[in-house]
Design a protein around this ligand. Structure first.
Ligand code: FAD
Ligand code: DHB
Length: 385
């Protein structure tokens, strides 16, 4: 079997790449180790930058997102007994975010690929990459797929990055001493906009998915276990961290999904080796506070698509050779922003009272200075395409 681009992973990165290549007449096969149901149900991110929305719309897969997604023109930072709105419409006119679940993006992309006769294979076992320097091929479940190029879109725990020979990659990473416990609940959001709240008990985030479904995150210790967090405890902790301003009451409801996500930052450089190109979480991870993970994956895929189009349609390898360099500037901006938002809003046990005062002073600055608020706003909505 032969294709132009062998894609490992049917997350947002792999599926979008396959779709964008198809629009330019370039063939691909997507190999995914999980089942279709599983990837369509996997609850993860929910904030799409303007550039991500534009990419999906231009690619013809944005119709349901435009119908069901929730455009937001601001977020609230809540701390010290008061809420402070960061108004995007004033600070970054014309730019906003759209709240639309990652698994909905994945569903839309799978539907588009299958409708176009795309080759997306689920529950594929033992994917391995070979011969990356010259004539690359993939093996899986006893089959062989020859390709001109391999795209490693298989997330942080995939096989593509570890198959790069030792000594090639430089790795930069940081583990945070806490995790996020995330839930989906069948209850109308208690706020029209997202609330990022900092308390002495830790960070919490009120987000949403629809007028009837809310999404919440709680900062918990890195070794927290779900079985220690029954529903009553989760709601009590969310109330303790969110009901900190006069007149705000958190509505509760049935919890339909829960999970714990470790908080880590990771970058592997370069994002390519031979004929293998890494995109999305396969190459880099950010802590989720800045809502950048999914948006970075989409940005990588935009760059990789242009490079592959130049390679296959114009015979020029220049963009492919510069792929990693073209991506890493944005990757590091997102790393810094995500670190900054995480540091601004979480409780670090090792922080002494002096460090806590610094954190509060910075929050006061961000919520009172237009210059500082603009820094947050322009990074949050995305620094353009
Ligand atoms: P993924 O979505 O991870 O897709 C990779 C795909 O490759 C998966 O379908 C996987 O099953 C498949 N795969 C893996 N190994 C193999 C293999 N050996 N063979 C074949 N297929 C393979 N970001 C935010 O902004 N906000 C959040 O709240 C948030 N929450 C998150 C929660 C969790 C648990 C995780 C893991 C991430 C979260 N993120 C969040 C980050 C965001 O979801 C990711 O950045 C985004 O999914 C990246 O897309 P991707 O396509 O690169 O990788
Ligand atoms: C969501 C996730 C994030 O990481 C974030 O910063 C904001 C919202 C969400 O899942 O809705």
């Amino acid at each position: 079997m032969r294709t132009q681009v062998g894609i490992i992973g049917a997350g947002p990165a792999g599926l979008l790449l396959s779709h964008l290549l198809h629009l330019r007449g370039i063939s691909s096969v997507v190999l995914e180790k999980r089942g279709r149901e599983y990837v369509e149900r996997r609850v993860r991110a929910g904030v799409l930058e303007q550039g991500t929305v534009d990419t999906l719309v231009e690619a013809g897969v944005g119709e349901r997102m435009l119908r069901e997604g929730l455009p937001h023109h601001g977020i609230e930072l809540r701390y010290g007994g008061a809420g402070h709105r960061i108004p995007f419409e004033k600070l970054v006119p014309g730019r906003a975010i759209t709240v639309y679940g990652q698994q909905e993006v994945v569903k839309d992309l799978i539907a588009a690929r299958l409708a176009a006769g795309g080759d997306v294979r689920f529950e594929v076992e033992d994917v391995a990459v070979h011969s990356l320097e010259s004539e690359p091929y993939l093996t899986f479940g006893g089959e062989r797929l020859d390709c001109d190029v391999i795209a490693g879109c298989d997330g942080f725990h995939g096989v593509s990055r570890p198959s790069i020979p030792e000594g090639v990659l430089s790795v930069f990473e940081r583990e945070y001493p806490f995790a996020w416990l995330g839930i989906l609940a069948r209850v109308a959001p208690s706020s029209e906009e997202l609330i990022y709240t900092r308390t002495e008990r830790g960070f919490a985030l009120h987000s949403m998915r629809s007028p009837t479904v809310s999404r919440f995150y709680l900062q918990v210790p890195a070794d927290a276990r779900l079985e220690d967090w029954p529903g009553e405890r989760i709601w009590a902790e969310l109330k303790a961290r969110l009901e900190t301003v006069p007149g705000f009451t958190l509505a509760t409801g049935e919890i339909t999904e829960r999970g714990i996500t470790p908080m880590r930052a990771f970058v592997a450089e370069p994002m390519q080796y031979g004929r293998l190109y890494l995109a999305g979480d396969a190459a880099h991870i950010v802590p989720p506070t800045g809502a950048k993970g999914l948006n970075l994956a989409v940005a990588d895929v935009r760059v990789l698509t242009d490079a592959l189009v130049a390679y296959f349609l114009d015979g020029s390898a220049e963009l492919l050779d510069g792929y990693s360099q073209a991506c890493l500037k944005r990757v590091w901006r997102a790393q810094h922003f995500s670190w900054w938002m995480t540091t601004l809003l979480h409780t670090f046990e090792e922080d002494d009272p002096y460090a806590r005062r610094l954190q509060l002073s910075y929050l006061d600055y961000v919520t009172s200075s237009e210059a500082a608020a603009t820094t947050l706003a322009e990074n949050y909505v995305g620094l353009g395409r």
